[in-house]
Design a protein around this ligand. Structure first.
Ligand code: GAF
Length: 382
């Protein structure tokens, strides 16, 4: 959690609304491995981090509701009983969507004011959107005694994303942001929505993120297309989700699907296996194997699932030239955002510098390096 960020939001709220707000910190996440497996009922391995969204929220006494995104100095007043989604890409949809999904459950939300500010750039693939959704649902649950469990809350956040933002996401991001545990990653079974924590201490190695600072357009529609391809293949195989398939099952549908979609299904099955293998490698501190699985994940995401881009591929290729980097891959939905790297602690600074230089040289733009700590999930800040 970042105290300065929270203090800043608190002070802004008091200055504007002349009352003390409830303060919430809702983290973003990393994902060690298990990409595009969540909406296939599979395994993922995320962790909440010390970067995220600080939100201030309080009941409103003037019969109006408002939300203010301090990062973009953008403010909106709205009628809580008339919340239609705005056009794609608007930040308001995350807030409106959560309120609307709470109401759909028959729960009553009164007028409120909220302000928020974050320290993860949108598009970094670190789930600033889930962090924002979770901060809203968590705050409203407290303010209006809605009686929602954390599981209820993440499902509401996910529905807000489906119905108001337009991304048919899985549950990984909302789960990791809500349930994060300090110094732990969570092996999450996305079918049961239960996780097992793994204490992460790689001794003389660490995780390091490099943000390409790009987000290519069409990423949302490409995401939804892949989800529906997976669902239609599951239907053909007569299974609930690709989590239930093994590689040889795909022989049955080889002639019925395009070679591209065949590869996508194969990727999901293999990535799911990699996530489980990675948890075993972490248990035995077998970092060589973990690194190989991470490189394998990138290969599949780039060549089979086709959700990478030149910038991400370049950073992973560069990582491979450094023997002190055990694994590197794109993280999150893809088409931009960060790579996650497993690197020797002694080498981290040098690797970050050489990768940054090489990136600048290749693309004539800057990447950003993040050292993150694994942190607790969405919580009230006292
Ligand atoms: C995005 C989605 F929101 C997640 O649900 C997940 O599918 C991820 O992409 C890919 O693993 O972050």
């Amino acid at each position: 959690m970042n105290k300065t960020l929270v203090n800043d939001v608190n002070q802004n709220f008091i200055d504007t609304h002349k009352t003390n707000p409830l303060l919430i910190f809702s983290p973003g996440r990393i994902n060690i491995i298990g990409e595009h497996t969540d909406y296939n009922d599979g395994f993922v391995f995320p962790a909440a981090v010390d970067k995220g969204i600080a939100a201030a929220i309080q009941k409103s006494a003037n019969g109006k509701s408002s939300a203010h995104a301090l990062d973009f100095d953008s403010k909106t007043e709205f009628d809580i009983n008339n919340l239609a989604p705005l056009e794609e890409g608007r930040w308001e949809n995350y807030v409106f969507g959560v309120v609307a999904e709470i109401q759909k459950k028959g729960l009553k939300v009164d007028n409120f004011n909220m302000m928020f500010k974050g320290n993860i750039p949108a598009g970094a693939g670190m789930s600033s959107s889930a962090a924002l959704e979770n901060s809203v649902v968590f705050g409203l649950n407290e303010l209006f005694n809605l009686g929602l469990s954390k599981h209820d809350m993440i499902l509401i956040s996910q529905l807000a994303e489906h119905n108001y933002v337009g991304v048919k996401c899985g549950i990984m991001d909302q789960y990791a942001s809500m349930f994060g545990i300090k110094d732990n990653a969570l092996l999450l079974d996305c079918r049961t929505v239960e996780s097992k924590p793994y204490k992460i201490d790689f001794k003389d190695h660490q995780l390091l993120l490099i943000n390409t600072n790009v987000k290519h357009s069409l990423s949302d529609s490409a995401y939804n297309d892949r989800r529906s391809a997976c669902e239609s293949i599951s239907e053909m195989l007569d299974i609930t989700a690709l989590r239930d398939a093994v590689e040889s099952d795909l022989d049955k549908i080889k002639d019925k699907v395009t070679p591209e979609n065949f590869q996508k299904a194969l990727f999901v099955i293999q990535e799911n296996e990699r996530a489980v293998k990675a948890s075993k490698a972490i248990e035995t501190n077998d970092l060589q194997t973990l690194g190989e699985l991470i490189y394998g994940s990138h290969d599949g995401l780039s060549n089979q699932y086709k959700v990478s881009c030149d910038e991400l591929d370049f950073l992973v290729k560069h990582a491979k030239t450094n023997p002190q980097v055990l694994g590197a891959r794109m993280m999150g939905g893809g088409f931009g955002g960060c790579t996650i790297n497993l690197v020797a602690k002694d080498e981290a600074k040098n690797f970050a510098e050489t990768a940054s230089k090489a990136y600048k040289n290749e693309f004539n733009k800057d990447c950003s390096v993040y050292f993150v700590e694994l942190s607790e999930g969405t919580h009230i800040v006292k």
